[in-house]
Design a protein around this ligand. Structure first.
Ligand code: ADP
Ligand code: ZN
Ligand code: ZN
Length: 732
């Protein structure tokens, strides 16, 4: 009997699938889309199963409205991965699959390249003597061109045949339009290495040989500082893959997708390359997605979500800067693209390379325990020297907009030598708080448990947690005094101060406020490289992936906030930032210097980092994590809940706690912590609490969550409260 029922995953926040009747003649595919009635609406869903049994009487089932795909959208291993991700990240399957599709496919558009508008001659057009048209040279040109065969609309416009000319010729009945699928590119047959390659050093050669030794799944950590030649290794790894006609996927952090990176791949290979990032519009996104699926791209470079691109014949995955926090999605499907990439490579049975100067502790742990192969590039490929570094003890020192006198003196030296200086401060705005000098009142956001940040440029107080903003007040909200002072230093204030301290040099600030306009970041980066600015101020944004050879002094102004943070990952992030900027300061002829301002120069972590390097720091941090039962030695999930009434949220999480504790899969090694107020206990008027769950393995964590989730959903409070599960959260 032919299956006449399709079980469909729909983009609704319910952990179940829905049965629909397949009408005679309809040919749905497992993994393909169908449009179905759902309540009063029509939804696009994915067929998960074709069967002839349903738990419902057949006469209650509605028929599929239309079948959108006759073949699966994803290759089998990727489809399997998406199913796995839905379970592992505790996110409904239909929503997970919708998340993995370009917007146009979610909306039901055809999953094939858009056709091209072409023009060809009619019989009358062929027979038209051109000499009769002497006074219409454009028409003659168009007809002459078309005598060689049909041409695309774009091709004709490029030769300056206008729309008007085409219209006239159509009206005369000499040409006609037709829609044609774009020609398929057979890049494999033309594959070539199109530039001279440098001679590899021994470590590079060894790394490449190790990966090439086994074409099947293997995970390789490629550890090497900036400039040690990692990208050159990637290029060499891609070569045999592309030569064999297979495709490559390269993941980069959100801000790492620079034209320089892309150009290195374009220069090296004669292969179509597509990029996928947040700047694409829906058409471009679909087109890049199809290029992967239809083997029209040899290389796809993209940020996090590029992981969900289907490939006709994927041969290798590279994850550059694998430690980068932007690989973790912070809402809806809270996946980690690096971790899923490893799963994908394993499902597809191909090698994956994770590159970093500062591997995540999780990754290092996997390398040390032998789960991943550890490849090391210990030297800079060029002749550049490592930067010098040191701490500046600022205890008891007067700080001018966060700058100590010795740091200002150092800056002067570097600037006078004609070099650039880069300062890091991870706080936007002018000042992180406004205080009343007479009574101590602090301007607080009414909707959040947070102070307003003062933005002097716009004369506003802004809450960085909800979008609230208001004009700066002139009087204290408590005593009416006009003595309101800004406290603390943000990048805006630092910029102002530097302009006064160093009037002869130009200062530029790179943060989310100053780079809001599209293209402005690229503009600033270019100007910095052209030495139009000498003093660069930035938040984390400035640290990532940009190379400024004339920067010889880098200073991290506020190291202490990371040393004494509640988030156990803060020190790891500080260490990564430090190594990253240290790796970028200076070049062969201009050795760089990195300076940390701190009140705690004796701090063990700083000492390890400064005098023994990242690996030493990481070993120390890993043994601390082991003792404290923290990842990667245990696995965490965070259950967040929020509502307008604090008591309700706490009560809800107490009940949830009970569910986890009495779960049949709970053990001595599973632990529930909380409910505790979230780090920002009130945001946008809603009270936020969280429950932290700890388990000894991924498997145990997943089982525990999967068993508890349906029970949580049944709690009466679950309907009044917004709650979500973050598996392996990055921010606690
Ligand atoms: P990373 O990706 O680790 O920052 P790159 O691969 O970009 O390092 O290498 C840094 C610089 O050194 C680049 O300009 C690159 O062309 C060059 N380079 C890399 N490997 C070699 C090599 N074996 N011989 C000479 N130059 C090299
Ligand atoms: Zn707020
Ligand atoms: Zn006051």
């Amino acid at each position: 009997m032919t299956p006449n029922i399709a079980r469909v995953a729909l983009p609704v926040p319910l952990d179940k699938q829905f049965d629909y009747l397949v009408k005679p003649g309809q040919q749905p595919a497992i993994g393909g889309r169908v449009k179905v009635p759902f309540g009063r609406q029509q939804l696009v869903g994915i067929v998960m199963t074709l069967t002839d049994k349903s738990d419902f009487p057949l006469n209650q089932l509605k028929p599929i409205y239309s079948v959108l795909d006759h073949s699966p959208l994803w290759e089998p291993s990727l489809f399997k991965l998406l199913n796995w991700a839905s379970q592992y990240y505790q996110y409904p399957l239909g929503d997970t699959l919708a998340n993995a599709m370009p917007a146009y496919l979610r909306k039901g558009r055809e999953a094939s390249p858009s056709t091209l508008k072409m023009w060809q001659l009619t019989d009358a057009g062929h027979n038209q003597p051109l000499t009769a048209l002497k006074r219409a040279p454009r028409q003659v040109q168009a007809l002459t061109m078309l005598r060689q065969g049909a041409l695309s609309h774009e091709a004709l416009l490029a030769e300056e045949v206008s729309n008007a000319t085409l219209k006239t010729l159509t009206e005369k009945g000499w040409i006609e339009a037709l829609e044609q699928a774009p020609a398929m590119r057979h890049w494999q047959s033309q594959f070539a290495v199109t530039e001279e390659k440098p001679r590899l050093n021994e470590e590079q050669a060894l790394a490449i040989a190790s990966v090439n030794a086994n074409p099947e799944f293997g995970c390789y950590l490629l550890e090497g500082v900036t400039g040690s030649g990692k990208t050159e290794v990637y290029l060499n790894l891609l070569e045999p893959v592309l030569a064999a006609g297979k495709q490559a996927l390269i993941l980069v952090p959100e801000i790492g997708l620079t034209p320089q990176t892309i150009n290195r791949f374009r220069r090296r290979f004669n292969v179509p390359l597509e990029t996928i990032h947040s700047g694409l519009n829906d058409t471009e996104r679909l087109s890049a997605w199809l290029a992967g699926r239809d083997n029209q791209a040899g290389i796809i470079i993209g940020t996090r979500s590029a992981l969900f691109t289907p490939f006709a014949n994927l041969g290798i995955i590279i994850v550059d800067e694998e430690h980068d926090a932007s690989y973790k999605q912070q809402d809806s499907l809270r996946y980690h693209a690096r971790d899923l990439a490893v799963m994908r490579a394993s499902q597809a049975n191909i090698p994956i390379v994770l590159g970093s100067a500062t591997p995540a502790l999780e990754t290092l742990h996997n390398a040390k325990s032998g789960k991943y192969h550890h490849l090391i590039l210990s030297r800079r490929a060029g002749a550049a020297q490592a930067a010098r570094h040191g701490v500046l003890d600022v205890k008891g020192q007067y700080l001018e907009a966060g700058l100590s006198a010795p740091l200002i003196a150092r800056m002067r030296q570097h600037l006078e030598a004609g070099n650039q200086v880069m300062l890091f401060l991870n706080r936007r705005g002018f000042a992180p708080a406004v205080i009343c000098h007479d009574c101590g009142w602090l301007a607080e956001c009414k909707r959040c448990d947070a102070y307003y940040t003062f933005h002097q440029q716009s004369g506003e107080l802004r809450c960085h947690h909800c979008a609230t903003q208001r004009p700066m007040m002139h009087q204290c909200g408590q005593c009416g005094s006009t003595q309101l002072n800004a406290v603390g230093v943000g990048t805006e204030q630092l910029e102002q101060q530097l302009e006064m301290l160093f009037p002869n040099y130009r200062t530029v600030r790179i943060d989310r406020d100053s780079t809001r306009r599209k293209g402005s970041l690229e503009h600033y980066l270019e100007a910095i490289r052209n030495n139009e600015y000498q003093i660069l101020i930035g938040t984390q944004m400035l640290a990532k992936g940009h190379h400024f050879p004339d920067v010889t002094l880098v200073a991290l102004l506020d190291v202490d906030s990371a040393l004494f943070s509640n988030d156990f990952r803060a020190s790891e992030r500080l260490a990564q930032l430090f190594i990253q900027v240290a790796g970028r300061a200076g070049r062969a002829s201009k050795p760089g210097e990195v300076v940390l301002q701190t009140h705690h120069p004796e701090h063990g972590l700083l000492q390890a980092l400064l005098y023994k390097g990242y690996d030493h720091f990481a070993s120390g941090a890993l043994s601390e994590r082991k003792q404290a039962w923290l990842p990667p030695f245990t696995y965490l999930a965070l259950l967040r809940a929020e509502a307008n009434q604090s008591e309700l949220v706490e009560q809800f999480l107490q009940q949830v706690r009970g569910i986890f504790e009495t779960s049949p899969v709970a053990s001595q090694e599973t632990m529930v912590m909380g409910p505790n107020p979230a780090p920002l206990s009130r945001r946008a008027g809603r009270y936020r609490w969280q429950l932290l769950l700890q388990a000894p393995s991924r498997r145990a964590l997943q089982q525990w969550l999967s068993v508890a989730k349906p029970a949580i959903a049944l709690l009466p409070l679950a309907k009044k409260i917004r709650w979500s599960i973050d598996v392996e959260p990055q921010d606690l």
